[in-house]
Write a protein that binds this ligand. Sequence first.
Ligand SMILES: Nc1ncnc2c1ncn2[C@@H]1O[C@H](COP(=O)(O)OP(=O)(O)O)[C@@H](O)[C@H]1O
Ligand SMILES: [Mg+2]
Length: 390
Amino acid sequence: MNPKIKVENLTKIFGRNPKSVLAKLKSGMPKDKILQETGHTVGVCNVSFEVKEGEVFVIMGLSGSGKSTLIRCLNLLNRPTEGKIYIDNEDIVEYDKKQLKEFRQKKVAMVFQHFGLFTHRTVLDNVVYGLEIRGVPGDERYKIARKTLEIVGLKGWESHYPKQLSGGMQQRVGLARALANDPDILLMDEPFSALDPLIRREMQQELLDLQSKLKKTIIFITHDINEAFKLGDRVAIMKDGIIEQIGTPEEILANPKNEYIKNFVRDIDRSKVMQAKNVMFRPSALVSLKDGLKIAIQEMEQSGISSIFVVDNDRRLQGLVTIDDAIKALKENKRLADILQQTFYTTKPETYVHELIPIATKSKYPIAVVDDDDRLLGIIVRVSVLSSLV
Ligand SMILES: Nc1ncnc2c1ncn2[C@@H]1O[C@H](COP(=O)(O)OP(=O)(O)O)[C@@H](O)[C@H]1O
Ligand SMILES: [Mg+2]
């Protein structure tokens, strides 16, 4: 599948004659030296990455690292000094005026840190705005706007003005306004950075919930590594206009590329990044119902385990048997199906390790990780949970 967004060797320099500085930059002159010598500021330097459709791609970095410069290139609010930006395989840098207008109205929408709402318009009219610009007829656009406000949890607030709303609610309006045009791509520049921690966490969760339904392609900017790892399918970490590392949160945690990244991830709570699927492993032995008791006992003995999960032909989990029960049942001429237990815990692959810790500690048996069809994907034992945290 082609990437939704593909950025190639993108550079953005601010100043009187940006292109004149390119050679110096390419020869390796550092950003501060370029500023000193030429008065030009390097915003983004030779950045390349791809974003898949439906992905939440987080750009993380300290203030001044070039995050806003980069995201503003993606809707050409910033014109790149050099480089290519393909969206759905089209190089948007080459767009003419008409194409660009259509692109901005239909394909992308932006949510800003300070909400960027019209103070003199009601909540509803803020959300209607983009639809108005696009020429959506009156009835239709109010219908869409009301529905979008409902999606972001603001039903009943339509006729209020932004300043009557809390920060979190204002950002919901910002989000509704961006979503109203049903864009493929959402560009979010530190949308939650101005919010109180509690509200912020709530908004992060809501974004994840929304995204699981809407499946937009999202570029999300933050300077908070915990937020980055919570929201991002993949995260790009920027420093001085350069992307230092790109990867899934687990990849970055497991393999920080250099000291700079290591410093960032040092304080991360691993149990909130690692999920069941990251710590599970393939069971060393499994039996299916039709294998019967003898095979079950044999498998357990060979693997040196005292219990074993039983699945059907499609690997759907049927239960668990212990070695003691199995030996007893064999003597009593019972079948495997007669002694299946259900006294174990199951979990989904996306469950975070911090939710598994209490379960793992009190459970006698491994935790079974199953998909939506109850198929066994892997098992988790207490040690694997604990060792994932160090
Ligand atoms: N319009 C501009 N003109 C000149 N310099 C700019 C402009 N916008 C950003 N910069 C500079 O580019 C660098 C990156 O800034 P920015 O992208 O805003 O960082 P971030 O969003 O990560 O805080 C900074 O050095 C900033 O001063
Ligand atoms: Mg910024």
